[in-house]
Design a protein around this ligand. Structure first.
Ligand code: KIV
Ligand code: NA
Length: 267
């Protein structure tokens, strides 16, 4: 199968088809998702939470992201690999954004980047696109702005929906190849999608977007605690892994592992 490229995602929008996106942070999960036909893999800065155990995405660094990027790229032969620009790596200037994105592509090997923010970041997107870096824009709830937004809250209700359309159009005009919306009412997400030529991707944004994205640990039920409204749990990996770990320990303590078939005979 050929590599998924930007034009395949655009064709999905143009032809009224959908595409699926999942986060990935390591080569094995990336390989499974890639072989399953997931069109886009996101090296999300959510690795700050899901892998590194931070309580927000703010602390993750460029060096951290490059490790995850390399790991995902090595497992993906079909999917388009998009990598988040971490907090602090692009806000200062379009020049800073280009320098950071070049590292993610050159050292991390990813095919595109994603950055959080609205029309204010159109110059940054324009500079990236001019440098040959495909950009996915991320609007609505943007976790890197958690403290400015007052926590995890739905964005784009009422009149804020009009502003969101203006943001999306500015980002599209700057050259973004797709616009991702997080925690947005379905009606607003539909209006944004209809206002854009490029595909949209949603997480907690209803069913009108071209693509959907979920964090894999949420989707596969690896985490503890209750998940957000927009998550659908397709598996209960937490109980699978816990059950296996418990069984292994019981085998070790009871002396039933290793068995003869796991041992090396003298000859
Ligand atoms: O980092 C991430 O996982 C994301 C998705 C939730 C869109 O940005
Ligand atoms: Na992210």
């Amino acid at each position: 199968r050929p590599r998924i490229r930007l034009h395949h995602l655009q064709a999905a929008k143009d032809q009224g088809r959908k595409f699926a996106m999942l986060t990935a942070y390591d080569t094995m999960m990336a390989g499974i998702f890639d072989a399953s036909g997931i069109e886009v893999l996101l090296v999300g800065d959510s690795a700050a939470n899901t892998v590194m155990g931070y309580s927000s995405t703010l602390p993750i660094t460029m060096d951290d992201m490059i490790v995850f990027a390399k790991s995902v790229v090595s497992g993906a032969s079909h999917a388009l690999v998009v990598c988040d620009m971490p907090f602090g790596s692009y806000e200062v200037s379009p020049e800073q954004a280009v320098a950071s994105a070049v590292r993610l592509m050159k050292e991390g090997g990813v095919h595109a980047v994603k950055l959080e923010g609205g029309a204010f970041f159109a110059p940054h997107v324009r500079a990236l696109v001019a440098a040959g870096v495909p950009v996915m824009a991320h609007i609505g709830f943007t976790p890197q702005s958690e403290h400015a937004l007052g926590g995890y809250r739905v964005q784009g209700r009422g009149e804020a929906g009009d502003l969101m359309i203006a943001d999306a159009q500015a980002l599209e005009a700057a050259g973004a190849f797709a616009v991702l919306m997080e925690m947005v009412p379905t009606s607003t997400a539909r209006r944004v999608d209809e206002a854009l030529h490029v595909p949209t991707v949603g997480i907690g944004a209803g069913g009108a977007t071209t693509g959907q994205v979920l964090v894999w640990q949420d989707m596969l039920g690896l985490g503890s605690g209750k998940s957000a409204r927009f998550v659908k749990k397709y598996a209960d990996l937490r109980s699978v892994v816990a059950g296996a770990a418990t069984a292994y320990r019981e085998d070790v303590l009871g002396g039933t592992f290793p068995a003869a078939e796991h041992e090396f005979p003298e000859s």
